[in-house]
Design a protein around this ligand. Sequence first.
Ligand SMILES: *Cc1c(COP(=O)(O)O)cnc(C)c1O
Length: 467
Amino acid sequence: MAVSALPSLRSLPSVDRLLRNPDIAVLIEKHGRAEATQAVRETLKELREAMRSGKDIDDGVIAASVLSRVEARASPRLKALFNLTGTVLHTNLGRAILAEEAIEAATSAMRHAVSLEFDLASGKRGERDDHVRSLVCELTGAEDATLVNNNAAAVLLVLNTLAQGKDAIVSRGELIEIGGAFRMPEIMARAGAQLREVGTTNRTHARDYVEAIGPQTGLLLKVHTSNYRIEGFTAEVGARELSTIAHRHDIPLVNDLGSGTLVDLSRFGLTKEPTVREAVEEGADLVTFSGDKLLGGPQAGFIVGRKDLIAAINRNPMKRALRVDKLRLAACEATLKLYRDPERLAQRLPTMRFLSRSVEDIRDQAERLAPVVACHLGSRVTVETVPCRSQIGSGALPLDTIPSFGLSLQPRGGGRAVEELSAAFRALPWPVIGRVTEGALVFDLRCLENEELFGQALSSLRLGNAS
Ligand SMILES: *Cc1c(COP(=O)(O)O)cnc(C)c1O
């Protein structure tokens, strides 16, 4: 068997000969000799197997195969894509898209040495928080502020600093899990704090907190129940009342806001979320919130509040392990600056721009794009414009949806065909991610801005039997 295959195997070109092939020479120029050589070897190995089954192969075929191998390895795994899921802040798709100002600031910080921990006025060592501290205080009314890797880190650091070896009192109605492995009780355990649950799932009263307070209490924690809501026969103790209780016993109140917006969202026609400024005014000693949720910046966690407590946090050795890098610091500063001009926020900050788009505007876009999408899909997929509902995502206003518009792609052949269609869009060089509902692939257009790029992306669409 092996003997009869030998003559044709010999006719495969050598690695050296292929590396001199003009097409592959171009590849070497672009990606380097090592990548090209590896791809040539892998391709030859595969072809040797193919030839055993009697396939005919010339150098052109080999070069094309080498090319696609090298290109596939060179293309980024972390791909830019179109988020047409209707969830504006999609954690799995990277949450907030940054403002141009933030992108420029981060790019400059990547390209140059920066005054990260250097005070230009005195020529002495500075602190990285200095670049955002006064801005954050100005925007939230807090006395002091610090910045860490994300809000999970902010909560961890606060608990560890104020309640290590002590009790952290939380209502049973607020012991949340936020996707992944962020569960309040587990974070507490890792922070070295003892969870002291009070009240019940649906009702917690002031006396529940008061009865739990003792010499072992480190802090009172209020957690914004970001991703769910308890309705019906419920009672919770508001932050203002909690702060009175906490301060009467000389214990700090920490309010984990989660998304924590800096502006009143009702100005964009959305339901009001508590703002950071309000949480500070209500008497929380520390407030924590995310940088890449409603704030619309890079991944980061803000801790704002009392100066002495922030100082204690900054002395905690864990702070060093959780600090932010210069790129995100630069992007945070630039993002926060946009909040000084609230009138133009809805234009300049993509998160606000998406959230404040009118349904009429999105409907016009759907009508414009329906024929464009249809012409790439052939006659076996029906494309219709449909009303749909977007959501903010990342735990902000979980039950509120915003009227939107989109395209519904319905292939003939039901469930499997929809899955195949959805897979074809995911396989694009610029993948398009929609939402599969009731036998259709739906693209919510709320977050689609670059129609030209979208049109180009579709031109690579390869549909199997759906075409
Ligand atoms: C999202 C959220 C967190 C975690 O924030 P990350 O920025 O994802 O680390 C913590 N607490 C609440 C209430 C949240 O909503």
